[in-house]
Design a protein around this ligand. Structure first.
Ligand SMILES: C[S@@+](CC[C@H](N)C(=O)[O-])C[C@H]1O[C@@H](n2cnc3c(N)ncnc32)[C@H](O)[C@@H]1O
Length: 263
């Protein structure tokens, strides 16, 4: 995809794509949508944004930024992509907290237009695209680092987009993530498996477990519940109990896994 200043983008077949006035690019044409509102809904996006902006996952975002800094030799410039970026919270955290972040070229992709709209509005220095992670509109081997936080991705595309020796940083739930929320929902809570599936040809070089407790208020607890894959299981009674429980403390538990592409 070629960028023509102020004129949007052209693909190699000479199709033209306008930049929205918020600065993002929509590359998910109506005929490629499987539903009217693909990805997370506007309500889910809002709930997640309010929860994240309250800082509950900031320690994990900080660990993510520190890991990027640690493997970035001499603060060199890097092209970085957040796959399934939602409303761009982690890109903003990286821009705010990474060393010499002005040298970072930050990109985000998500299938949910409402999320990309919000991300682009909040971070004019980063570039956001509405597209599927199954087919990402970037040149081969363009990125130095890809990261994915609780988001679906595609091994073939990750391998295609990363440079040789490029880095893949994955955040997944640790064994006790949101344990106390799950206790309201499941008869018997089981620890989350820690194994992270890496694309072929990638080797794990670092990992870190980040765990701490949070104490969200009633509304924030409901937002957190909405962000989980088990929200649909929380029927009326469990939801009421979660909402009403006084001063509920909830464990968070994250595993950050850094892998390198072998060639
Ligand atoms: C659990 S959310 C995580 C969002 C963000 N990484 C965060 O942690 O705040 C998963 C995200 O993946 C997006 N998504 C789902 N399917 C996708 C696909 N095929 N391509 C790109 N994004 C997708 C959703 O719209 C949603 O924003």
């Amino acid at each position: 995809m070629q960028h023509l200043p102020s004129k949007g983008y052209y693909c190699k077949n000479k199709h033209h794509f306008d930049l929205a006035k918020e600065g993002y690019l929509n590359l998910l044409p109506a005929q490629h949508k499987n539903s009217k509102e693909p990805g997370d809904s506007r309500a889910m996006m809002r709930a997640r944004r309010n929860f994240l902006e309250a800082g509950f996952y900031q320690p994990m975002a900080k660990a993510l930024t520190v890991m990027i800094d640690k493997y970035r030799a001499d603060n060199r410039p890097m092209h970085i992509l957040d796959v399934g970026c939602g409303e761009g919270y982690y890109s903003r955290q990286i821009e705010e907290h990474a060393q010499h972040s002005e040298q970072l070229d930050l990109h985000g992709i998500d299938i949910a237009k409402n999320a990309i709209f919000a991300a682009a509005k909040k971070q004019p220095n980063a570039r956001f695209v509405v597209a599927s992670s199954k087919s990402m509109p970037y040149a081969d081997q363009f990125f130095d680092l890809l990261f994915r936080v609780y988001a679906p991705s595609n091994d073939k595309e990750i391998t295609r987009l990363l440079k040789p020796k490029g880095l893949l940083l994955t955040v997944t739930p640790g064994p006790r993530h949101l344990w106390q929320l799950k206790e309201f929902i499941y008869k018997e809570v089981k620890e989350h498996p820690v194994e992270v599936l890496l694309p072929e040809g990638f080797e794990k070089i670092d990992s870190q477990r980040v765990s701490y407790t949070i104490q969200p208020d009633q509304e924030q607890r409901m937002a957190l519940l909405q962000m989980t894959p088990f929200a649909w299981r929380a029927k009326g009674d469990a939801q009421n109990k979660i909402q009403r429980s006084n001063g509920l403390e909830i464990e968070t538990d994250f595993i950050l896994t850094l892998a390198v592409k072998n060639n």
